[in-house]
Design a protein around this ligand. Structure first.
Ligand SMILES: N[C@@H](CCC[C@H](N)C(=O)O)C(=O)O
Length: 279
C-alpha cells in the first residue's frame, strides 16, 4: 500500500489514496501505522475518498492513533487540499470536502504553482451543551462551567467544531501539567463522546498560546480544530478580538470567527515523504 507522510505544524498524518487502495479495516490500520515504534508513526491516518454527496468534491476520513474515528481534523484537511492539488486530482483551488462534521471547504493559496498555505472555512461552531456534548448542564453556551476532576475544580468553556473541545484558561501554558490533567478530562464521565482538551494562555487581545491533549492521540504539536475552538472560547469570554494568532508548539495558525458566524483557519501544509506499507 502506497502512503504519503504529511504534516500541518508538526501534527502529522499518514495519507492514503482510497481511489487506488482498498482498506478493509481502517481502524486497525490506524493503530498499526500510527505507532511510532512499530509503524510509520503519526497522529492520524487520513483516507482520500470519492464523495458520497453530490454537493461535495471529495470525502475525507480521519482515524486517531487509538483507532477511533473523529468527525474532523483541521490540520489534516489542509494537508488533504495540498495532496489533491500536487497530484492533479483536482483543478479546483476551493474544494468541498465531505467529513463527519459536514462539508468543509479548504481554499488553496497558490504562489508560483506551489501551495503556500490553506485557508479553511471550518463552518459554524456548536455552542450548546448537546452540541459538545456535555452532560449535567442544559445551556445554549457552555461558558465558565465548573468541572470536578478528582479533587480539583476547573472552569471550562466547551465548543464543538464538529468534534468536541474543552478549553481551560491558564496563567502559564508552558508550565501546565498537560499530560497529567489532559487524559482525566478527555475521559471524564460528563463527556459521553470524550473530548479534546486545550490549555490556553491569553497573551493579548489578538494572540493566544495553546497546548493540547487530543482525544485518541494524547499530546500533539498542533490541533487545527482545537485552535478554532479555543479562539471561539476566548471570544465568548471576551478575552480576545474576533481574529487571533494561535501560537502552538509546532508553529502558528491564524483563526478568525467572522460575522457570518463561520470560523476560518489559515496555516501551512507540508509533504515529507512517500513510502510503501508492506504489512
Ligand atoms: N489534530 C486534529 C484533530 C484530530 C481529531 C481529534 N483527535 C479528535 O478525536 O477529535 C486537528 O488538527 O483538528
Amino acid at each position: 500500500m502506497e502512503f504519503t507522510k504529511m504534516h500541518g505544524l508538526g501534527n502529522d498524518f499518514v495519507m492514503v489514496n482510497g481511489f487506488n487502495e482498498d482498506i478493509a479495516d481502517p481502524n486497525q490500520l490506524a493503530e498499526a501505522i500510527c505507532d511510532r515504534h512499530f509503524g510509520v508513526g503519526a497522529d492520524g491516518l487520513v483516507l482520500i475518498l470519492p464523495s458520497k454527496q453530490e454537493e461535495a468534491d471529495f470525502r475525507m476520513r480521519i482515524f486517531n492513533p487509538d483507532g477511533s474515528e473523529p468527525e474532523m481534523c483541521g490540520n489534516a484537511i489542509r494537508c488533504f487540499g495540498k495532496y489533491l492539488y500536487d497530484r492533479d486530482l483536482t483543478e479546483k483551488t476551493k474544494i468541498r470536502v465531505e467529513t463527519l462534521a459536514g462539508i468543509i471547504v479548504p481554499e488553496l493559496i497558490i504562489e508560483k504553482d506551489q501551495v503556500e498555505a490553506v485557508q479553511v472555512d471550518m463552518g459554524q461552531p456548536g455552542l450548546g451543551s448537546t452540541d459538545i456534548p456535555i452532560t449535567g448542564v442544559n445551556k445554549d453556551k457552555v461558558i465558565k462551567e465548573k468541572l470536578e476532576v478528582e479533587n480539583e475544580e476547573y472552569e471550562i468553556t466547551a465548543v464543538s467544531m464538529g468534534n468536541p473541545h474543552t478549553v481551560i484558561f491558564v496563567d502559564d501554558a508552558d508550565d501546565f501539567p498537560v499530560t497529567e490533567v489532559g487524559p482525566k478530562i478527555e475521559e471524564h464521565p460528563r463527556f459521553p463522546e470524550k473530548t479534546n482538551v486545550e490549555f490556553i494562555e491569553v497573551m493579548n487581545r489578538s494572540e493566544i498560546k495553546m497546548r493540547v491533549w487530543e482525544r485518541g492521540a494524547g499530546v500533539t504539536l498542533a490541533c487545527g480544530t482545537g485552535a478554532c475552538g479555543s479562539t471561539v472560547a476566548s471570544i465568548l469570554n471576551d478575552y480576545t478580538n474576533q481574529k487571533v494568532e494561535v501560537h502552538l508548539l509546532g508553529g502558528d495558525l491564524t483563526i478568525e470567527w467572522t460575522e457570518d458566524s463561520h470560523v476560518y483557519m489559515t496555516g501551512p501544509a507540508e509533504e515529507v515523504f512517500v513510502g510503501e506499507w508492506i504489512k
